[in-house]
Design a binder for this molecule. Structure first.
Ligand SMILES: C[S@@+](CC[C@H](N)C(=O)[O-])C[C@H]1O[C@@H](n2cnc3c(N)ncnc32)[C@H](O)[C@@H]1O
Length: 235
């Protein structure tokens, strides 16, 4: 096999892995097991597939801070939800953010994120398909979530918990893979949460670059000054 064939084969294998990750039906046990096996080669695979979500999400956080938040970047508290190996944290640090927490369902992915040393605290075994019980309400200026509202991972109603942990006037920045946005009720959930006064859509970059084979939408939500307390029981 020549070098070009080898590269094509590796890219193909990376794409297959990414596709496999979409078949896990949001099942916490299956997702944790899958990412346990993928943690050490995740960055190589997504790099081969041209993954640029983390850079776009971090740049949006930078734009939001410059445009709307009075405090310096070093003093902005950020939560990276589903931080994986820490690709978003590394981009945030490059842009001057220093107060970054992260969590992930997979302890092995969380450990990789800890090793980047750009996070203040990273917690594993945290499931965004349920309540974020260890995270008090209104704690973060910006909550970012990249590559997590994607097929087979987190349901759209996870957005409600991201809004709860974000401070009034703070922001949530999330990507949705295009096929996820098209096949789930994410946009309905956004409307429900807007109607309930939980968040306001500030910007959406539709059909933006994400991975080689598919685009994503990037959403910027603001939590209103007097956000209605989310009271609904989650399934
Ligand atoms: C495609 S990776 C994205 C990781 C990182 N944000 C990035 O952009 O590289 C998806 C991540 O979501 C995590 N994940 C999947 N389901 C989750 C859940 N229910 N709660 C929290 N994290 C979850 C996985 O463990 C994995 O680290």
């Amino acid at each position: 096999m020549n070098t070009l064939d080898q590269r094509t084969a590796l890219e193909q294998a990376a794409r297959e892995r990414i596709k496999d990750s979409h078949t896990l039906d949001g099942d916490a046990g299956r997702l944790a097991h899958f990412y346990r096996g993928w943690a050490s080669s995740y960055e190589l695979d997504v790099g081969r597939d041209g993954y640029c979500g983390p850079m776009i999400v971090a740049e949006l956080a930078g734009a939001v801070q410059t445009a709307y938040l009075a405090r310096q970047r070093t003093a902005i508290a950020i939560l990276d939800a589903g931080c994986g190996t820490g690709l978003v944290g590394v981009e945030l640090e490059r842009l001057g953010f220093r107060w970054i927490d992260g969590f992930d369902l997979s302890e092995e992915m969380a450990e990789q994120a800890r090793q980047t040393r750009v996070y203040r605290h990273v917690q594993g075994n945290v499931d965004l398909n349920g309540p974020l019980s260890d995270y008090p309400s209104a704690s973060y200026d910006i909550t970012v979530c990249c590559g997590v509202f994607t097929l087979g991972h987190v349901r759209p109603d996870g957005l409600r918990e991201l809004a709860r942990v974000t401070r009034p006037n703070g922001f949530i920045i999330a990507s949705t893979r295009k096929s996820y946005a098209e096949t789930t009720s994410f946009e309905d959930e956004v409307r429900r949460l807007q109607d309930a006064g939980v968040l306001v859509l500030a910007q959406c970059l539709k059909d933006s670059r994400y991975v080689a084979e598919e685009d994503a939408h990037y959403w910027v939500f603001q939590v209103p000054e007097k956000a209605n307390a989310p009271t609904e029981e989650r399934p």
